[in-house]
Design a protein around this ligand. Structure first.
Ligand code: ZN
Length: 316
């Protein structure tokens, strides 16, 4: 999701204080369980009940059985990761899995280094897997080839990793995305994205959140990345639905992201439409933890005191 673009206008110290206070409240109430790593949390049963309630609200506006439902593990093949081109645009957010493949002698060296407090990472080798960065990524290889006339509509839900250590509880390193993905013609993809901006607003209003759609860009890395970000905005490829968690202190937190990928994935995964063109795709992602946090911030960190209709809507 995008970074605030008007940092200059933010009161950073006040914003930092409010974010830390909110984080402390979530930890003290036991909704989140802190770890030694910034942005990495356990979740309480109550937090999960909130996430499940949000998931049902999303399902209620979704396409139901018209979408093919897939659930992937949070790690996926390095070969698939390669084809997403993620490393070109977001090297700083990437997570790779490494493991030990050496001999007994090398293991002894590793343990000796560890015993004196030295780093032992150089005895590890890349495994065949990477951490999933976006819930839709593991799905594309299934569609290499020619699509049916109406394309493919998918419902995916899974954990994503992005290396962004932060104190803001809304910027977690590991979080869940529920996504609806359309692969098909350019028209089908754009229609899907536009339809889901409306559906996303419906879900958030159902959860009594005030959301605003804003044209946004991904946090592409480096100098080339700045050009990609400007392009993405100019071509209106990304709309985020944002909720103000911290009042006027920042521009709001993106809780839903609606993206047109043009023919990027169609090209890299060799997916063609029935009429022989490179397929386009679009996905909408609901940031489940961010929506839960927006609810806790808006309605209070004690869900037993939320308005009754909302509690029954969420089955809390
Ligand atoms: Zn996606």
């Amino acid at each position: 999701m995008s970074v605030g673009s008007a940092v200059g206008r933010e009161d950073t110290s006040e914003l930092e204080r409010v974010r830390r206070d909110f984080r402390a409240e979530l930890l003290e109430s036991g909704l989140l369980i802190g770890t030694s790593v910034a942005g990495l949390y356990g979740r309480s049963g109550l937090f999960e009940d909130i996430v499940d309630g949000i998931d049902r609200a999303v399902s209620d506006v979704g396409p139901g059985k018209a979408a093919a439902r897939f659930r992937f593990p949070p790690v996926f093949p390095r070969t698939t990761f390669e084809r997403t081109d993620y490393i070109a645009s977001f090297p700083d957010l990437t997570g790779a899995v490494h493991t030990f493949t050496g001999t007994n002698a090398e293991h002894a060296q590793l343990l000796a280094a560890r015993a004196v407090g030295d780093s032992w990472d150089r005895w590890l080798e890349p495994a065949d897997t990477m951490l999933v960065s976006a819930a839709c990524h593991p799905a594309y290889p299934m569609f290499t080839g020619v699509l049916p006339g109406d394309g493919a509509l998918l419902d995916v839900y899974g954990y994503c990793f992005r290396h962004e250590p932060a104190f803001d509880p809304a910027r977690m390193q590991v979080f869940r995305m529920r996504e609806f993905v359309q692969i098909g013609t350019a028209d089908q993809a754009v229609r899907h994205r536009d339809l889901w901006i409306e559906h996303g607003l419906e879900v958030l209003s159902d959860l009594r959140l005030e959301a605003t759609p804003v044209v946004a860009n991904d946090p592409f890395f480096g100098r080339v990345g700045r050009m990609l970000a400007a392009n993405q905005r100019e071509e209106n490829l990304k709309t985020e639905l944002t909720v103000r968690l911290y009042g006027d202190l920042d521009e709001g937190t993106a809780v839903v992201s609606c993206n047109c990928h043009q023919d990027h994935f169609g090209g890299t995964f060799g997916i063609a439409t029935a009429d022989g063109n490179v397929a386009h795709s679009a996905c909408v992602g609901f940031g489940m933890e961010r929506i839960a946090l927006a609810m806790l911030r808006t309605h209070g960190t004690d869900p037993s005191r939320w308005p009754s209709p909302l509690k029954s809507r969420m089955s809390l």
